[in-house]
Design a protein around this ligand. Structure first.
Ligand SMILES: [Zn+2]
Length: 131
């Protein structure tokens, strides 16, 4: 019997333990998402891997009604602002409003050819922002 493995769809974007992954630049102190070798802002290679906060706030949202065949429509697409300065694009479950707090939720999105589940992220509105 084979064990079904849980893996991130992209391991530079999420960690199953730590959620969304990014970098902080030790030269300019700014954050970027996802993990990368060079700072998005100043081009420095002096970067450290970090996790993003667990919650952010909705900056904008829209409902997608037309998409490539493998995506089920309609779905809600949001941009979320995090306290570390990152603005992240992603799908949202349930209703969202501009300015509302959302949490990062990991879920099994696809299954690879070996039968392992590949996990991805989405956002879900929460009632209160955890400071
Ligand atoms: Zn930088």
């Amino acid at each position: 019997m084979t064990q079904i493995e849980k893996t991130p769809l992209r391991d530079d974007v999420i960690s199953l333990e730590d959620g969304l992954l990014g970098i902080v630049c030790t030269a300019c102190r700014r954050h970027s998402f996802p993990q990368r070798l060079l700072c998005l802002h100043c081009g420095s290679d002096q970067v450290e891997n970090v996790s993003l906060p667990e919650q952010g706030r909705v900056c904008s949202w829209t409902v997608v009604r037309q998409a490539p065949e493998h995506l089920k429509t309609p779905y809600t697409l949001v941009t979320v602002d995090f306290e570390d300065g990152n603005r992240v694009l992603g799908a949202a479950e349930g209703n969202v409003r501009i300015g509302s707090p959302v949490t990062v939720e990991l879920y099994p999105k696809t299954v690879d050819e070996s039968g392992n589940s590949q996990w991805w992220y989405r956002f879900r509105e929460v009632e209160e922002f955890n400071e």
